[in-house]
Design a binder for this molecule. Sequence first.
Ligand code: SAM
Ligand code: SF4
Length: 361
Amino acid sequence: MRTSFKAALEKTLEGITPAREDLVTLLEATDPEEMNTLFSTADATRQRYVGNEVHFRGIIEFSNHCLQNCLYCGLRRDNKKLRRYRMTPEQIMKACDQAATAGFKTIVLQSGEDTNYSADTLADLIWRIKGKHDLAITLSLGEKQVGFYQCLREAGADRYLIKHETKDPELFARLRPGTSLEKRLDCIKELKKQGFEVGSGNMVGLPGQSLDVLAQDILLMRELDIDMAGVGPFIPSEHTPLKNSSQGDLYLTLKAVALTRLALPWCNIPATTALGTIDNRGRAMALGCGANVIMPNITPPELRRHYQIYPGKESLFDGQENLSALVQGMGRKVSSGKGSALENRLNYRTQIRKEGVSIVF
Ligand code: SAM
Ligand code: SF4
């Protein structure tokens, strides 16, 4: 007999590592009362372990060139309809200056897999940003060689985002031709070894994905002991082979966010742009069920619409005042710090000691 929702939630809360079948039971919940219980439990867990603050990370999408051909992504190399751009290091520096003036404490430099920027060019840029501003730097550049990551870490980069996308190796290989889950996971492990704070994550609602795979996604992030977890819906993108597939479901994504919070209480979890794109309440809802990070887009406005991973993201209203009002309206506080994973882990340890729980990851 299958475990009930209530029993699965109780077991997930008490367990060191949640059981896969319990996560599936919780993902299956469609009863509004059960979903609300899950969301409020995740919200309380977030409050207990990482507090009330919401961290803003300004994202600069500095190049939409990509040598990969992921079936789901509008930046894929075979999309000839996309107007490609690259920002120069000076343009990126200017965007960082503006971010620092606006009060951001973390910037995220993201691009397609673009070999046009050498490790030396990026290292020089990182070095200059760190010399000029008190900013944490997160990179999201895809799969690179060990030496490439090393060079950027030595230049002062703090964090790296690289989603595992899906725990299903066959689905991964089908959706990302020419690459493998194994290689992606090797990158994650290497980045951790080099001392980056590492963010991973997955897409919800990929064609061919089961709830069991979603449960495995959450368990994988726990096993990898990651610092940040980005969980967002898949959104079909024009000019890609998946343009006619269905979009990931809002509530299923929110359940996955909530369960990620329960499984990784110390993690920084963004209310993803993709959630905000499929529903204008999406980011607020994610903040209410475990998320504690928002990533406003600070790419120069004239370039933003060309970073077409999926449609609609460029119309998100990402003004800081608007987002601050949203956060404060929910009784939360906009963080004035960098919101490092180390701080979260220390808070988590202190809290579980106070609660008399003996587990430590
Ligand atoms: N190229 C780097 C990489 O793949 O890691 C960073 C940029 S990539 C555009 C950032 C993220 O966009 C991916 O990790 C993927 O999860 C997400 N993404 C791509 N296409 C998407 C889609 N159609 N719907 C939702 N998310 C998507
Ligand atoms: Fe390139 Fe990343 Fe898009 Fe894949 S997801 S096509 S690697 S930008």
